[in-house]
Design a protein around this ligand. Structure first.
Ligand code: NAP
Length: 524
């Protein structure tokens, strides 16, 4: 299938007068073809189609939506090798990584299909009437969750497949019954174009209203702003920079009808090396840390950007091991020229910082726009005076915090902003210290990890990929796993409704689904 260079407004492929280009990050050279850029007219048309599709789509039998998600997965696989090849050309990510990411993308879609069939997402609660209750009777109360409305999804630069056009946000919103309009990331418009063709084919095969999906490409912030500001959009999913996320949150909150923005923004994912674990396996931890730090050239939101430990000879052993390992990791090209220059700027600021020591650098790269690993050190008392040292540097850069004692380590934890993850390396002798730290970490992060590394996020039912601000805009949510569907649903209660007017899933003779009946959980 050829990259069209067009916008996808429902079933139509649309060309506009304004265009932009994709670039090969390895050379900085433009790629073919040129891409149409959406303007205000196209936002209006896509929103109109999405709004009119919403009324039919939200009420469809969940089985139809499940088959739709599975058909999208099939159509994505049918794109064949062309999809990872285009993703590679636009992002510099290796083909093997993109092939794995495609598997994750279709896996997410199929997981949401099974979630739709299981039915727990409907959140059904039934409190039968108690007409004889004293002093007042209780009415019949029945609750289910319903779709919010059309959702704007912003594709992420660092996951051209799994967090872009048919990624986690789109899968969750479509599963919930919300039409989706994707603002494609300007770094990989051709990849977005191919995936959009797969989704449009699935819409047609499943005979769904065309407005269920649109893709608006473009590289002007005004496009995303107009989409979030449109009254027909009822929620937003975003992964990217803190600045971008905050800008969209502001637009959403200043609308006549404010809407939720689920933005995943900034996280440095602290890793704590507790003393006995550090003494027992400093060298192994040092090399494993570098593998996590440099995975994907460090371009993961779960990248371990801060290590915290008690200062001393065991920490030096860890640093020596990390230095050796980092020296062996050849730098690779970063996702975009802009992301590479932001990384270089962040590393330069740490190199120039009077309180920061340079511990190690990866080797120089041979090509352009390569992200060379960087490891820094800072004393805890200096970090507490200079919190800017904890600002996210997106890429393979990390800071080791040297704490004089446990009290100082606790002070550092208290200074942390909200995080996606926090990791503890520990052995049994560290459990008492860990028990003191875990309640602090529970306030700070969405996922706590023991003896592992934060990179690598399982897509499952119990996963939380979220956390307090600025990790996300709403720490009550996750953007990975089946729980992420909750972001695009709201509860509605039907009081004393005649059975004939109740939604199918709440009627007396509805097929059994997981529910809470008079307060008790039931599955049969
Ligand atoms: P970004 O600049 O935040 O852009 C993400 C998306 O939001 C793009 O579609 C962008 O549109 C749009 N956008 C950004 N600012 C906007 C605004 N003020 N109004 C309307 N739309 C706006 O993120 P990025 O391009 O992926 O990377 C830049 C930096 O983000 C990185 O260097 C890194 O620091 C951070 N980042 C973090 C994560 C993470 O997971 N924590 C992931 C990726 C990136 P355009 O296409 O028009 O720019």
């Amino acid at each position: 299938m050829a990259v069209s260079g067009k916008l996808f407004i429902g079933a139509r492929q649309v060309a506009t007068a304004n265009s932009f280009q994709a670039f090969d990050p390895t050379s900085g050279d433009p790629l073919q073809p040129d891409f149409s850029a959406a303007g205000l007219d196209e936002v209006d048309q896509a929103c109109e189609l999405a709004w009119s599709a919403f009324h039919e789509y939200r009420d469809l039998d969940p089985e139809i939506r499940a088959r739709f998600l599975e058909t999208i997965a099939d159509e994505i696989m049918a794109l064949g090798d062309e999809l990872p090849a285009r993703g590679h050309a636009e992002s510099g990510l290796p083909i093997a990584r993109l092939t794995g990411e495609r598997a994750r993308t279709v896996g997410q879609l199929r997981l949401f299909a099974s979630e739709l069939r299981e039915g727990g997402w409907l959140g059904i609660r039934i409190d039968p009437a108690l007409p004889d209750r004293e002093p007042l009777p209780r009415p019949d109360l029945r609750l289910r969750k319903v779709a919010l409305g059309p959702v704007a999804v912003f594709g992420a630069s660092n996951f051209p497949l799994a967090f872009s056009v048919a990624g986690g946000d789109t899968a969750a919103a479509l599963a919930a019954g919300c039409p989706v309009i994707v603002k494609g990331h300007s770094a990989h418009p051709g990849t977005s174009d191919l995936v959009a063709q797969a989704i449009v084919a699935a819409v047609r095969k499943c005979q769904l209203p065309e407005g269920v999906f649109s893709l608006l490409n473009g590289n002007a912030h005004a496009l995303g702003g107009a989409l979030v500001g449109d009254a027909r959009i009822k929620a937003v999913g975003f992964t990217g920079s803190r600045r971008g996320g905050l800008a969209l949150m502001k637009i959403a909150s200043e609308r006549p009808e404010p809407i939720p923005v689920y933005a995943e923004m900034s996280s440095i994912n602290p890793v704590l090396l507790l003393p006995h674990a550090l003494a027992a396996k400093a060298e192994a931890l040092g090399s494993a840390f570098v593998s996590s730090l440099t995975l994907g050239v460090g371009q993961f939101c779960t990248n371990p950007g801060l290590l915290i430990a008690l200062d001393g000879k065991d920490l030096e052993r860890f640093i020596d091991s990390a230095r050796t390992a980092l020296g062996e990791v050849q730098p690779a090209v970063m996702l975009t020229v802009g992301i590479h220059s932001a990384y270089e700027k962040g590393v330069a600021e740490l190199l120039d910082h009077p309180k920061v020591e340079r511990l190690a650098r990866g080797p120089e790269g041979h090509g352009k726009h390569c992200g060379r690993g960087a490891l820094f050190g800072v004393k805890a008392e200096d970090l507490l005076q200079h919190p800017e040292v904890m600002d996210e540097v997106f890429g393979a850069s990390s800071v080791v915090v040297r704490c004089a004692d446990e009290e100082q380590l606790v002070d550092v934890l208290e200074q942390l902003e909200g995080q996606l993850t926090a990791t503890l390396h520990l052995v049994e002798e560290d459990h008492a210290m860990a028990a003191r730290l875990i309640p602090i970490l529970e306030r700070k992060a969405g996922r706590l990890i023991a003896n592992g590394w934060p990179t690598g996020v399982e897509v499952s039912h119990a996963m939380v990929h979220g956390g307090p601000f600025p990790a996300t805009s709403d720490g009550r949510s996750t953007s990975v796993g089946t729980l992420s569907i909750e972001r695009f649903l709201r509860p509605i209660c039907y009081q004393d409704f005649p059975d004939a007017l109740l939604p199918k899933v709440l009627k007396d003779d509805a097929p059994p689904r997981p529910r809470r009946l008079d307060g008790m959980y039931r599955v049969d």
